[in-house]
Write a new protein. Structure first.
Length: 331
């Protein structure tokens, strides 16, 4: 029996968006009048806020383990649970606000692309006024999170809004919109470090630069899903730019990301066991490159989503590297 949650949304029928799973909790638990707002915020596709969160958590863990010495107290080498929770709430809220803003800016384009035509605005499930109100509410949640940090971090976080504001328009004028996305999505690497120290230094900058390359890489994979439609409507992307040489480009992007991450670890003087997380992340990135089929949208989406594994590997490497400084004297 076909139900609303199994139907792809259109101007005539409310349902799920094209690339969301029908079994997601959004469609199982929320009343259907809330579905369009959940879709605007991408609650039914959580990979986006995970990818926004990872640079924040990486920087928080990097700051905690920076310069850690054998025998220090365990709590001094662990990332602040309070900061981790704040970044989690902030990532969900601001990713939702950013997606709502993007949908408002891209409504004309989304209506011409098969994968995005079912989104709430082009399908008429919400009005532009309703979407704007929802955008403000999400931004207020994000602001509430930001003001919990020190003044330098508050100002730094607000500075990212300039990049967020211009991002939706970059696909109209440059082949490198993924670079601008990288600048925005990696900002947490700076914020996470400054939340701990109240300032910025070289490890944070190196982590930020590496994250930018990582974002360009995984979003290039994602953009291959839409390259035919993008060509028809005049939307630019690194997927279209790299084309058949995407695998070689990813080697450079992911390799550069890992080198910059390693540089950040070295300058911050984190314990050597943390590098094990980077090695595992590198192996996962290499597997992505080797299994990529740029003409298979389903596979592109799967590989894009798998980048949260990279996030976990780098983060856990830092956490366990810090813990090693505590337990090493016991051996």
């Amino acid at each position: 029996m076909t139900t609303e949650k199994d139907i792809i949304q259109s101007t005539e029928t409310r349902g799920r968006v094209f690339d969301a799973p029908s079994g997601h909790w959004v469609y199982r638990t929320l009343p259907n009048w809330l579905w369009p707002y959940a879709q605007l915020a991408r609650w039914d596709r959580p990979i986006g806020w995970w990818l926004l969160l990872w640079p924040c958590w990486w920087a928080t863990a990097l700051a905690a383990t920076a310069g850690a010495k054998v025998g220090v107290h365990i709590w001094s080498v662990l990332p602040s649970p309070y900061h981790l929770v704040l970044f989690l709430i902030g990532a969900i809220a601001m990713r939702g606000a950013g997606c709502t803003y993007n949908d408002l800016a891209d409504e004309d384009i989304d209506n011409k692309v098969a994968r995005t035509r079912s989104r709430p605005l082009p399908s008429g499930q919400v009005t532009r006024k309703q979407a704007k109100i929802f955008l403000v509410l999400q931004a207020l949640v994000g602001l509430t999170v930001v003001v919990q940090f020190n003044l330098f971090t508050i100002l730094l976080a607000i500075g990212s809004l300039v990049i967020v504001a211009i991002y939706p328009f970059m696909k109209r004028i440059t082949n490198w919109p993924q670079l601008v996305l990288g600048l925005a999505f990696s900002w947490g690497a700076l914020v996470g470090w400054s939340a701990h120290f109240g300032s910025l230094s070289l490890p944070a900058v190196l982590l930020y630069a590496g994250s930018i390359l990582w974002v360009i890489g995984y979003d290039t994979i994602y953009a291959h899903q839409d390259k035919e439609d993008d060509a028809l409507v005049g939307v630019h992307s690194t997927a279209r730019l790299f084309g058949s040489r995407t695998r070689e480009a990813l080697m450079i992007l992911y390799g550069g990301a890992l080198a910059l991450f390693l540089g950040a670890f070295a300058v911050a003087e984190v314990p050597m066991p943390a590098v094990a997380g980077l090695l595992a992340a590198g192996a996962h990135m290499y597997r992505q490159i080797m299994t990529l089929d740029i003409d298979n949208p389903t596979e592109c989406l799967r590989l894009f989503k798998s980048n949260t594994v990279v996030g976990w590997l780098v983060f856990l490497g830092l956490v366990f590297g810090g813990l090693w400084t505590v337990v090493k004297p016991l051996f």
